[in-house]
Write a protein that binds this ligand. Structure first.
Ligand SMILES: Nc1ncnc2c1ncn2[C@@H]1O[C@H](COP(=O)(O)OP(=O)(O)O)[C@@H](O)[C@H]1O
Ligand SMILES: O=C(CO)[C@@H](O)[C@@H](O)COP(=O)(O)O
Length: 557
């Protein structure tokens, strides 16, 4: 039998990977990861060493091309598959990760005369320096009674397109002026493959306030933000918005040669990592919440109706799986918090003990932390090390741990951080469920479920729900490959619809994490305490976290 294949390209926060997938059953035939040579640029610009502000997070667009040029030929070489049998390519990316480009599609930071200006670079999803713009945008939208606000849980995030673009305008008007278009990185990479820019409906909907029926907010709204933004959507955000699952174009001759594929191979319109993962775990119906668990968590849910839910990131028609309203919520740091603790918070004896046992520090801490019963540490944390995405939508909030004593051990703190992120997820699950969007079961994918069993048991206990785990280690890439297969179409050996692709290609593991009743009971009590802290520090009763940030800013200048 002559098998057909698609390549899924998954662009994460630290690295990008290519996965070659057999379209008959979703088998991942070969995969290759390329760490971004410049990683996350959050302290100083490459070469010039120009210092960046506190909440900045940039990337180098050349790193994205490096992923294509290293990882695609590598999966082709390793698999030995004939390029003629690779019929589609799909891409998923972190979002909202944006860059300013010139009229030829070239990133502004590639221009020697602009590269020393930090605003000419890619702003990564976790760039949080546009909070002032986001606050102002939300105030104005609320005053004007803008109807788009409820679709975004009442607040537009500083992580998203309009706040980031407005920051460029405020702080570097010359860069704004030179920008022909601001584009999502996912659309830019697709344009590098096909030769033309097509904006995808997913990032347009979730991150750029675009609506299938209503389009972008009015000129009047943008003028009320800043008269210079009045024509933003017709100029620097211009471009047809194309539904997810469509074909963006065919691979150019030049790219085909560089990647070892055939020119004309179907390329799907860009997608978001977490969103591609929903198809990747085979969820194509309502009631199943998918958690893409990595440096952050994105929570995705399908429904047949549009409802308002506090603090959700957005509801977009056809935004995840065509035919449904797709809901997204999230936590802006999860694995990142554990990484922070491992890198900054553990004493030397832990590092030595882990090295002696030949396991990672995470594994060492997990093993020790597993010996504790829920509640036994006496500690409780608020998981806001990178602000709060849902349900408070406030990047100015920060982390907190209560209950330290002279006896507190590193593994207890680690366990507390795992638990805090689980409480953050429960808050999101309840926000959906209490607003009439039922959440019956949880599906988990991403790097964390594969690496930390204690974490997954805690999530099952805290949410009191069974969790199914994706079989694939590369679920977003598998999902992206499905979009590639749909872009190619059944006539080329692909699929007619995403539902069909998911039915044939997606898998979850047999093993499930089930809630343990006695743990659930203790976590219910701890969650009440979490909720009290959450509302006290997060809803204005005590803005100490914001005051501390303001004092820090003053001290730094
Ligand atoms: N054993 C572990 N337990 C908990 N977290 C871990 C473990 N190993 C790695 N991590 C965290 O996983 C995160 C990376 O997740 P991954 O899904 O691979 O990346 P991304 O979110 O960039 O796609 C990092 O933040 C890291 O701290
Ligand atoms: O916000 C989104 C999607 O909307 C993510 O791209 C962002 O949180 C980054 O995800 P990762 O943690 O890198 O998987």
């Amino acid at each position: 039998m002559n098998h057909k294949y698609a390549i899924g390209l998954d662009y994460g926060t630290e690295s990008g990977r290519a996965v070659l997938v057999n379209l008959a059953d979703g088998t991942e035939v070969a995969e290759h990861v390329t760490p971004y040579p410049h990683s996350v640029i959050d302290e100083e610009l490459p070469e010039s060493g120009i210092r960046l502000g506190y909440e900045w997070a940039l990337q180098h667009p050349s790193d994205y091309l490096e992923v294509l040029k290293r990882s695609v030929p590598e999966v082709m070489r390793a698999s030995g598959v004939n390029p003629a049998d690779v019929i589609g390519i799909g891409i998923d990316f972190t979002a909202c990760t944006i860059l300013p480009i010139d009229g030829e599609g070239k990133p502004l930071c590639w221009h020697p005369e602009l590269k020393d200006n930090p605003h000419s670079w890619v702003k990564l999803w976790k760039h949080h320096a546009a909070q002032e713009e986001a606050n102002r945008l939300n105030e104005i939208a609320e005053e004007r009674g803008e109807t788009f606000l409820p679709r975004y849980g009442g607040k537009i995030s500083s992580e998203w397109m309009i706040a980031k673009v407005w920051q460029v305008l405020n702080e570097a008007p010359e860069i704004y002026e030179r920008t022909d278009r601001f584009v999502e990185a996912t659309d830019w990479v697709v344009s590098q493959l096909t030769g033309s820019i097509r904006r995808n409906s997913c990032t347009a909907g979730y991150k750029s306030i675009w609506h299938k029926q209503e389009g972008y907010p009015s000129r009047d709204f943008f003028r009320s933000l800043d008269p210079r933004l009045e024509d933003l959507t017709e100029t620097k955000l211009r471009g047809e918005v194309v539904p997810l699952g469509s074909r963006a174009g065919g691979l150019t001759e030049e790219m085909a040669e560089a990647l070892g594929l055939q020119a004309g191979t179907a390329v799907a319109v860009g997608n978001v990592d977490a969103h591609a993962a929903v198809a990747g775990v085979g969820v194509v119906t309502p009631g199943k919440l998918v958690m893409a668990m990595g440096t952050s968590i994105c929570h995705m849910l399908l429904a047949s109706q549009e409802k308002s839910v506090e603090g959700m990131c957005g509801v977009v028609e056809d935004g995840i799986i065509p035919g449904y309203f797709g809901y997204e919520a999230g936590q802006s740091a999860v694995g990142d918090i554990f990484a922070w603790f491992v890198e900054q918070g553990v004493p030397a004896y832990v590092l030595e003990a882990a090295a002696k046992e030949n396991i990672s520090v995470h594994e060492w801490l997990e093993k020790r932390a597993s010996a504790y019963r829920p509640g036994e540490t006496g500690l409780l944390a608020l998981d806001w090390w990178n602000g709060n995405r849902s349900v408070l939508v406030d990047t100015e909030l920060s982390g907190l741990i209560v209950g330290y004593s002279l006896l507190t051990k590193p593994e207890e703190v680690y366990r507390t951080l795992l638990e805090a992120t689980a409480f953050g997820t429960r808050k999101i699950v309840e926000a959906f469920h209490d607003n009439g969007l039922e959440v019956q079961e949880l599906y988990a994918c991403g790097g964390l479920p594969q690496r930390n069993r204690l974490l997954m048991q805690i999530y099952a206990d805290v949410t009191n729900r069974e969790i199914k785990i994706a079989d694939s280690k590369q679920t977003p890439a598998l999902g992206a490959a499905m979009f590639g297969a749909v872009a190619a179409g059944v006539e080329n050996g692909g699929y007619d619809s995403l539902v069909e692709a998911a039915q044939n290609m997606a898998r979850v593991r047999e093993e499930r994490f089930k809630p343990i009743p006695e743990n659930v009971a203790v976590y219910n009590r701890l969650y009440e305490e979490y909720n009290r802290l959450h509302d006290y520090f997060g809803r204005g009763a005590n803005d100490v976290m914001k005051r501390l940030k303001a004092i820090r800013e003053e001290a730094r200048h």
